[in-house]
Design a protein around this ligand. Structure first.
Ligand code: ADP
Ligand code: MG
Length: 262
């Protein structure tokens, strides 16, 4: 269980409160999405959830471990995998294959298990033909796939995806999300994904949508419930699926509306 208790956050030397009194509990086995306008605090919240950032006040607990306790940092990072918005911030190795194995080596997985996992993930994410490639020569979309494979290799319990499909074409977006969400029970044991996205249609892979506005959670509901407030969301700069916008006769030219269904 991930539990945030009244967390607030400001960056050093900045008076702006980026997260404001966020309390939320995410149970194992849930699939959660997060939407919010640019700058609403989504990435900051993600970093608080895996202990990369400490809240200025309030507490974050991961399966009973408090992110403030330095001794538990490593355990927390393994439990809460994170795929960053910008893949260049994440890649550290000289070849694609080593990158996928890197985290597993650090965590001292058995040799055989490591090989089988790396092999399976390279296949799953269409990177098999690229195993000796230097990651910096991959396309943006391939880098995103590589980051995802590398994080999944470490078998996290919770997986935070911070706009993981922003560089992918619609076909690859769907493939990735299906592999994470639809096969959760089969290939990726007990994974609890938390998907930060700007594509409203992607939230339907999850059963719970949190909406952030100026550092506050303003809605916590099933996606189809949340989008009933399409007018309000559009005014906050949050995309809604086309059919919800049409119902309300919102002027599509004035607001961000997702026009491409998955
Ligand atoms: N390292 C940083 N130092 C100072 N301010 C930051 C830093 N990172 C983000 N911010 C500010 O925090 C706010 C929230 O940013 P972020 O969490 O990245 O939002 P989102 O992911 O929703 O776009 C923004 O106003 C942003 O400018
Ligand atoms: Mg962000």
């Amino acid at each position: 269980m991930i539990k945030c208790e009244r967390i607030c956050f400001s960056y050093p030397n900045s008076p702006v409160q980026v997260l404001r009194d966020i309390s939320v509990v995410i149970q194992e086995g849930e699939a959660v999405s997060i939407m919010g306008a640019n700058g609403s605090g989504k990435s900051t919240l993600a970093r608080c959830l895996n202990g990369l950032l400490q809240p200025s006040s309030g507490e974050v607990w991961i399966d009973g471990l408090n992110t403030r306790h330095k001794v538990d940092n490593e355990k927390i990072r393994q439990k809460v995998g994170m795929v960053f918005q910008n893949p260049d911030h994440q890649i550290v190795s000289t070849t694609v294959e080593r990158e996928v194995a890197f985290g597993m080596e650090n965590l001292q997985f058995e040799h055989d298990e490591m090989h089988a996992t790396v092999d399976h993930l390279l296949e799953e994410f269409n990177l098999k033909g690229r195993l000796d490639h230097p990651p910096h020569r991959l396309s943006g979309g391939e880098k995103q796939l590589l980051c995802l494979a590398s994080v999944l290799a470490m078998k996290p319990r919770y997986l935070i995806l911070d706009e993981p499909t922003s560089l992918l074409d619609p076909y690859s977006r769907r493939r990735i999300l299906e592999s994470i969400f639809k096969n959760r029970s089969k290939s990726i044991e007990k994974l609890t994904p938390i998907l930060i996205t700007q594509y409203p249609e992607e939230t339907f892979y999850t059963n719970r949508l949190l909406i952030l506005s100026e550092g506050k959670i303003i809605s916590d509901a099933a996606p189809h419930e949340a989008f009933k407030e399409a007018g309000k969301l559009c005014r906050l700069g949050i995309g809604v699926p086309l059919e919800y916008a049409l119902e309300l006769e919102i002027d599509l030219d004035d607001h961000r509306v997702e026009r491409h269904s998955l």
